[in-house]
Design a binder for this molecule. Structure first.
Ligand code: GLV
Ligand code: MN
Ligand code: MN
Ligand code: MN
Length: 401
């Protein structure tokens, strides 16, 4: 019988990022494909029937596929330089839970499936939860197919190379219609459980959140030969945006705004950039506050661009309103787990996308560092196993007689 920690150890060498530290595993890249293949092997070894849907999400079935299935799982991709747990913990916990159920002699009365969603972080193509959004029909498939990675490869090309037919990508009512309930187990991405002294919790909400790309266009020129007064340097409004993100979010309770990626073109030390792309991640408890933060930042960016004689173009790359997880399912699972605490999530999840379509819940496992999307993300082996035990109890309860 496998443990979650043992399964994580089996994939510890895949996608190690020797430059940034941590892991860089992105949708349909070599490492993520290796992890998908590994998952298929593990699922098959457990006698589960594996199928890949038209959006590249992998389903491993115990029993006949749906309807009214109990589905659990998460994702195997990471952010650039991410931790070992965000995503993979939910997948390995699901496999270990299947072992745990089998060891108990459990026979599901409803179909059960383990799912691996494609490109959850948006680390390659920019839009988070791409596989679940396509499945649920909350992204236009044409727009999704055209998304490009940093090398210019489109989603359509990457999907084709992974053996999918990109023309078939999009809302999949058949796959969706098979899900009765979805439960995603995930490492906690803050200190909620540490502060409460609990190993496992359930999710209450997900912040409203989105991504915006600002393209500042100025005039590329020589760093030495161009007098300061003659410059149209897009790095100036870009820098102003970074500062505005902090001040706008500080002014609104609970709001968060982050610039984690900024790309000057051409990117030479002795070159005034011609364009700078800045990606803004903004989040808050509700839609109104999130939109207000972005509006403040956008106004500051426009003003700074005009002052420098630059243009700015703003693109909303993805957005999702606040998610409220099914309160009945949440309370039922919290009760089953001995009064597990309910915690809000500052991070987005495939479960947040599915919650709009099917009764959905999340289980969180304590993260002693409280850090996530960085190599310091952690979960102790005993807490991972507590998560597996919780998932076993939840699946037995939902899929049992
Ligand atoms: C996903 O982890 C996100 O919230 O960015
Ligand atoms: Mn993440
Ligand atoms: Mn995740
Ligand atoms: Mn020169």
């Amino acid at each position: 019988m496998a443990t979650a920690t043992g399964l994580l150890a089996a994939i510890a060498d895949v996608g190690v990022d020797r430059v940034r530290g941590g892991y860089s595993r992105h949708g349909f890249d070599r490492d993520e494909l290796a992890l998908r293949e590994w998952f298929v092997g593990e699922a098959t070894a457990r006698g589960l029937d594996v199928e890949v849907d038209r959006n590249g999400n992998i389903w491993a079935w115990w029993g006949r596929p749906g309807p009214d299935a109990v589905v659990t799982g998460s994702h195997l991709d990471s952010v650039p330089g991410g931790g070992a747990f965000d995503g993979p913990l939910g997948v390995v916990a699901a496999l270990a839970a299947v072992d745990g159920l089998r060891a108990r002699g459990f026979v599901p009365a409803r179909p059960l499936a383990v799912v691996v969603f494609a490109e959850e972080e948006g680390g390659r193509f920019g839009v988070p939860c791409l596989g679940s959004r396509l499945l649920a029909g909350t992204i236009d498939p044409d727009a999704a197919r055209r998304l490009r990675d940093r090398d210019g490869t489109t989603v359509a090309d990457a999907a084709r190379a992974a053996g999918l037919d990109p023309d078939r990508m999009g809302r999949d009512d058949e796959a969706l219609g098979r899900i009765g309930q979805f439960v995603e187990l995930h490492v906690e991405q803050g200190r909620g459980l540490v502060d409460l002294g609990r190993a496992v919790g359930v999710a209450s909400t997900i912040l409203a959140h989105g991504r915006w790309r600002f393209r500042f266009t100025g005039e590329g020129n020589h760093a030495g030969a161009t007098p300061i007064t003659d410059r149209h340097d897009p790095m100036l409004p870009a820098s102003r945006l970074v500062l505005a993100a902090r001040s706008a979010a500080s002014a609104l309770p609970g709001a968060r705004a982050t610039v984690g990626r900024l790309v000057p073109v051409p990117g030479g030390t002795n070159v005034i950039a011609s364009t700078v792309d800045v990606w803004l991640d903004a989040r808050a408890a509700d839609d109104g506050t999130t939109r207000a933060v972005v509006a403040d930042i956008t106004a500051a960016a426009r003003e700074a661009a005009a002052a420098e004689g630059c243009q700015v173009e703003v693109t909303e790359e993805s957005y999702g309103d606040t998610v409220f997880f099914d309160p009945v399912l949440r309370d039922e699972l919290a009760g089953l787990l001995g009064g597990a605490p309910a915690l809000p999530s500052g991070a987005g999840h495939d479960a947040g996308i599915l919650a709009a379509r099917v009764p959905t819940a999340m289980l969180f496992v304590r993260n002693p560092t409280g850090i996530s999307h960085a190599p310091a993300e952690h979960a102790e082996p005993a807490d991972c196993e507590a998560g597996v035990d919780a998932l076993v109890a939840v699946l037995a309860h939902l899929a049992g007689d």
